[in-house]
Design a protein around this ligand. Sequence first.
Ligand SMILES: [Fe+2]
Length: 458
Amino acid sequence: MAKAVIKKLLAKPEVLTLVREICQAVRLPVCICDCEGTMLFGDPYGDQFFSRTISINSEDNVIGTVKGGEDCTIVASTLQYMVNAEFERTALGRETLEKYREISMLCDLGAKIGSCMDKKEVIKIITGEIRTMLTADIIAVLLCDDNDAIIEIISDDGSDGDLLITSLEPGELVENFLVTAAPEIVNDLTADSRCTGSPQIFSSMMCAPLKIQEKTVGYVCVGSLDKREYPARDLKLLTTLSDQTAVALEKALLYNRLKETFFAMVRTLAETIEKRDPYTGNHTKRVVDYSLAIAEGLELPEEYFLRLELAAALHDIGKLGVRDDVLLKNGPLTNEEFVQMKRHPTYGEEILKHIKHLKDVIPGVKFHHERCDGKGYPLGLKGDAIDITARIIAVADSFDAMTTDRPYRKALSLDVAFNELIKFSGTQFDSAVVKAFLSAQVQEKLGMRAHGRSNTDA
Ligand SMILES: [Fe+2]
């Protein structure tokens, strides 16, 4: 490319005209050749007059020559000036293009992580972008606790992040990063006295801090198995990406705190009703557990689980609106009292409709006493017209009510309760839901079911 610059310049009419005018001014033949001696301009028969040869250079390389008399220096100087300007223009163009790509990448990245509220997802996106921009064998994000101790390492391949640390520990390099909180390039880890880890897995690395409100919460590290000379430009890019990661992580952190506060509020609401009705101790928790087990058995899409869990936790929240003498009555209810009690799903809807984030939860609460045959309440809905979360809660709620002691009767045995569900499958209960529940109970007995699905346990 550099070799062709003189030829490219002389192809421009304005340059050719200028060179011709200078040649006429010095009134001596001048010859311009490329680095291989091919003549690009001049008089091939003027050799007899040529007393000087002047090189045209690009950095340390000769890319052409100007031959002529003593005055040919003016042609050579002009050409050299134009060559320098051409290279500067090209370099500037490249730099502008790189900047454009960088800004464009950062804008795309901002859009991608702007709506991402999951810490691991944010890190996955960022490390993926770093992989496309920088040469690295491993990219890892190290997260620290309040005492600057590394608590989590997430790498872009999801598995080998700790290799990076294994490579450095027990050296002082990582400690140094944590103390100085400054971006750094270490091109030769083996020669760095702070790095005493043995054996060295990585030869070169770069590190940039993740700072949230001046506090260093971690590092983004890039490691290379082969020795590399990372340029300052790469570290600057890594630092910019780290800054963006920190902003996204802060947002995800705030969102998670808000979510936790929200779940705490839901738990408090659920506990409120349990406190009013002491006979139902832990009923809510069991209904949540049964409901989630059924949903797993039915293989419901992921988005159903959270709203099912919240609906199951709050299914009887409407009982807050039922009079104490009805709710806590130690015996069978009269018709009027039963009418009162049957209003609790509607009261539940009235309580929850004021909370925007619980709108999706309302069907599960409002319809958990509907029956598949249309003989339930409050609306007498049938079959699939009843929201699936409500059909699930109906089975979970009824089973728990049957298998726990109540003021007016003793708990039924598990086998009797299972038979009741089977007996009313297809009439009171959704048969697929009953089947999933029975299957989940068998798996539970055999210790086959995975636990810990709850989102609100956070
Ligand atoms: Fe209920």
